[in-house]
Design a protein around this ligand. Structure first.
Ligand SMILES: *[C@@H]1O[C@H](CO)[C@@H](O)[C@H](O)[C@H]1NC(C)=O
Ligand SMILES: *[C@@H]1O[C@H](CO)[C@@H](O)[C@H](O)[C@H]1NC(C)=O
Ligand SMILES: *[C@@H]1O[C@H](CO)[C@@H](O)[C@H](O)[C@H]1NC(C)=O
Ligand SMILES: *[C@@H]1O[C@H](CO)[C@@H](O)[C@H](O)[C@H]1NC(C)=O
Ligand SMILES: *[C@@H]1O[C@H](CO)[C@@H](O)[C@H](O)[C@H]1NC(C)=O
Ligand SMILES: *[C@@H]1O[C@H](CO)[C@@H](O)[C@H](O)[C@H]1NC(C)=O
Ligand SMILES: *[C@@H]1O[C@H](CO)[C@@H](O)[C@H](O)[C@H]1NC(C)=O
Ligand SMILES: *[C@@H]1O[C@H](CO)[C@@H](O)[C@H](O)[C@H]1NC(C)=O
Ligand SMILES: *[C@@H]1O[C@H](CO)[C@@H](O)[C@H](O)[C@H]1NC(C)=O
Ligand SMILES: *[C@@H]1O[C@H](CO)[C@@H](O)[C@H](O)[C@H]1NC(C)=O
Length: 422
């Protein structure tokens, strides 16, 4: 009965109990997701792909399923002869846990409303592409735009939207999307993509002497990008913020030590804190995911967070403060939040920095992969998932579903004959 309801409301017809790989593939084909099905089949030729499929069929998962047109993306076409690379990309579409919004209809995707986001760990773990703390897998971030009800992914260019969602059996939420998600790149690439060119230049201008094992100096960019750096939360000033701070920075221009400290006071070493965690610390002073609200910079200075009518702010130990203007800009080994001011603080406490690092790495080593939203559900100030906003998402589902129903109607008829859909 449930599957029939899904079929009629959302236009999906996936096999209710996809418990083996060929069922899963056939079900996706039946729902018209034929390119995804053949991508999974190709990926299945590799160990990565086989592991992905077996994980997907075990326990609760959310699958973001690119539609056929999405596979025309040249970045995906270029993986034609690289099934392992394809398997990595597909792994970035699967999340342990069912991200449903229980306060809405049973298959509505759980999503924060702008400026809040929902984030979850995916199955992408390849160590060439992901180097987060505690060998965590890469995360995916999305948000709902309350003006038009659209749920879309952060950090994807061009924008990728959620088309509609459907619960398959009781262990798989399938959300069709109109693009193939790309895993994040390294810090230089990501800063560049986000037009944060001034801070990128700054990171490349400042030396950390003798950082590399061979005794060579690294730039701060090199330190953040090093394969030994696992997890960071970097507060990146906008280009305008750096222009505004020009005179304060000019006074330090000759002193590489001070400049390095100033930059270290812009990041947390060895922990990636995503916006739901930081916003909840800002609003409530704590978050269940954090072992302590004592957040220390890489130079050993405390960070404080607060939220008021102007937004969410980060404040350094000496009182220098900035507003977070964009959050959850992901990189392969950490996360960036964009701020509107330079935190001009050249104080440091090396002992405190190294003990914060030791504690962060030990916490990360003990934690296991988390299913469901990182940092819990979006904080109350911005959830807006109850009351008048509920219908926004439903309306979108229905609007999009009508297109999908047309597209999938033929395929579903075929699938109905193949599987017991009701
Ligand atoms: C995946 O590969 C395995 C091993 O080669 C094979 O047994 C299985 O049938 C394949 N599954 C699919 C869905 O192609
Ligand atoms: C899967 O989700 C259902 C609710 O949809 C829950 O009852 C069940 O415990 C979950 N199973 C696992 C293995 O987490
Ligand atoms: C990561 O994926 C690439 C293919 O994209 C593969 O060559 C490499 O061996 C993988 N690394 C690990 C550690 O699995
Ligand atoms: C949200 O939707 C409105 C209306 O479609 C649009 O103008 C605005 O640019 C969207 N915001 C984002 C961040 O996409
Ligand atoms: C390494 O950094 C130190 C201190 O900033 C500097 O004196 C030295 O010239 C740098 N070495 C190279 C090769 O750039
Ligand atoms: C030292 O190691 C770094 C990082 O591996 C490398 O980029 C650099 O070229 C090496 N320098 C020398 C002089 O070998
Ligand atoms: C990091 O890179 C260096 C130099 O490129 C290499 O020798 C080392 O094995 C790498 N370490 C890890 C943990 O990948
Ligand atoms: C550079 O800054 C460091 C740390 O702020 C300070 O200890 C040092 O004396 C400064 N060096 C010069 C040459 O001013
Ligand atoms: C909000 O907090 C920031 C940082 O503490 C502060 O600078 C700003 O004045 C506050 N704004 C309001 C409206 O309270
Ligand atoms: C993190 O802290 C450790 C220990 O103090 C240090 O070796 C490492 O360079 C730091 N990493 C970054 C990215 O600052």
């Amino acid at each position: 009965m449930r599957s029939l309801a899904i079929l009629s409301t959302l236009g999906f017809c996936l096999h209710a109990q996809a418990q083996n790989p060929s069922d899963l593939i056939s079900s996706l084909q039946g729902a018209g997701l034929t390119s995804l099905a053949s991508a999974l089949e190709r990926a299945n030729g590799t160990q990565e792909g086989q592991s992905l499929i077996s994980q997907l069929l075990n326990g609760n998962h959310t699958l973001f399923a690119p539609d056929n047109q999405a596979f025309d993306d040249p970045r995906v076409q270029s993986l034609a002869d690289d099934p392992a690379g394809l398997a990595n990309v597909l792994a970035y579409h699967v999340l342990p846990g069912i991200f449903v919004n229980s306060s809405m209809n049973s298959s509505a995707l759980n999503s924060g409303v702008l400026p809040n986001a929902t984030l979850g760990y995916t199955l992408l773990s390849n160590s060439t592409l992901v180097q987060l703390e505690g060998n965590k897998t890469q995360v995916l971030a999305w948000s709902r735009n309350d003006s038009d009800g659209q749920i879309y992914f952060l950090n994807q260019d061009p924008q990728i939207n959620v088309l509609n969602t459907s619960l398959v059996g009781n262990n798989l939420l399938v959300a069709s999307i109109d693009g193939v998600l790309q895993p994040p790149g390294n810090i230089s690439t990501v800063l560049d993509q986000n037009n944060l060119t001034s801070v990128l230049g700054f990171l490349n201008m400042v030396n950390v002497p003798g950082f590399y094992a061979n005794g060579s100096n690294a730039t701060v960019d090199g330190v953040l990008d090093a394969n030994t750096t696992r997890g960071y939360t970097f507060f990146a000033p906008t280009n305008q913020a750096l222009r505004n701070a020009n005179s304060s920075l000019a006074g330090l221009a000759d002193n590489q030590t001070s400049l390095a400290i100033l930059l270290q006071n812009h990041y947390i070493n060895a922990t990636s804190y995503y916006s739901p965690q930081l916003y909840s610390v800002a609003a409530n002073g704590s978050n269940p995911d954090l072992n302590s609200s004592n957040i220390i910079s890489a130079a050993g200075q405390p960070f404080n967070f607060n939220t008021n009518s102007s937004g969410t702010f980060v404040t350094s130990g000496n009182g220098a403060s900035a507003r977070i203007v964009k959050s959850d800009v992901l990189t392969e080994n950490g996360v960036i939040h964009v701020i509107d001011n330079v935190l001009v603080n050249t104080d440091s406490d090396a002992a405190r920095a190294s003990s914060a690092y030791a504690s962060a790495t030990s916490v990360a080593a003990q934690s296991s992969t988390q299913a469901g939203p990182i940092g819990g559900l979006p904080t109350s100030s911005a959830t807006s998932t109850s009351g008048t906003n509920n219908h926004t998402n439903d309306a979108t589902s229905i609007r999009v579903a009508s297109t999908w129903t047309l597209i999938l109607a033929g395929a579903c008829g075929w699938a109905m004959a193949m599987f017991v859909c009701a």
